[in-house]
Design a protein around this ligand. Structure first.
Ligand SMILES: Nc1nc2c(c(=O)[nH]1)N[C@H]1C(S)=C(S)[C@@H](COP(=O)(O)O)O[C@H]1N2
Ligand SMILES: [Mo]
Length: 199
């Protein structure tokens, strides 16, 4: 219930302190998509975690939304320099989805309806740092913002928060995703201003 995000914000209580270097505050919610918005009816939606040994775990929409949910309130930081404070979401912690995953893989490649991909270390998905969210500010997540469901991993730049998320592939070797291949930073920590390769 937002304990992690409250703790995180406790360290950055002031608005100015909560703004990473080079960012400005915005109050609207811009839409940034590399392609058209895929429309995925929830009766055909599924989410999978594929481990490096071939094991696949699968959730239907009904199964995902029946899992215990959390309501994180988090700050968003986009590499195009806008930040938005105190956004509130509902979704399932990746810790819950990883409960039955047996894997020693350190790398994750997120894949989406529509073809977008992004990579991050598995540890950045765990310990209360990431969710599959399906509500924003108390409403169903709008398709433009990734509905029916998106990844939310707010401690990294927002391009890592994959919209229309479809699954996670666990990999022994790191594999860059869409923007990482195009010159964005492989990790993308806004507090270290890791915008582009070499930052
Ligand atoms: N599937 C998918 N996810 C995506 C993107 C995308 O183009 N496709 N864009 C990323 C980028 S670059 C940003 S900044 C955020 C924007 O999220 P928003 O449109 O909800 O603001 O989504 C990220 N997730
Ligand atoms: Mo972005």
């Amino acid at each position: 219930m937002g304990i992690i995000s409250r703790g995180f914000q406790g360290r950055h209580r002031d608005r100015a302190d909560r703004l990473p270097p080079g960012q400005y505050l915005t109050h609207d919610f811009p839409v940034l998509s590399a392609g058209p918005t895929p429309r995925v009816p929830t009766d055909r939606w599924e989410f999978t975690i594929d481990a490096e040994d071939g094991q696949t775990l699968r959730w239907s929409w009904a199964e995902l939304t029946a899992l215990p949910s959390e309501t994180p309130t988090v700050d968003l930081h986009c590499v195009t320099k806008w930040s938005k404070l105190d956004t509130s979401w509902r979704g399932v912690s990746l810790d819950v989805l990883f409960e039955d995953v047996e894997s020693a893989a350190e790398h994750a490649l997120i894949h989406c309806y529509g073809g977008y991909t992004t990579n991050l270390p598995v540890e950045d998905l765990l310990d209360g740092k990431a969710w599959i969210v399906y509500e924003y500010e108390g409403e169903d997540l709008a398709p433009a913002h990734g509905g029916p469901a998106r990844l939310l991993v707010p401690h990294l730049y927002l391009w890592k928060s994959a919209k229309w998320v479809r699954g996670i592939r666990l990999l022994d070797e790191d594999e860059p995703g869409f923007w990482e291949t195009a010159g964005y930073h492989n990790y993308g920590d806004p507090w270290r201003e890791q915008r582009y390769e070499g930052d």
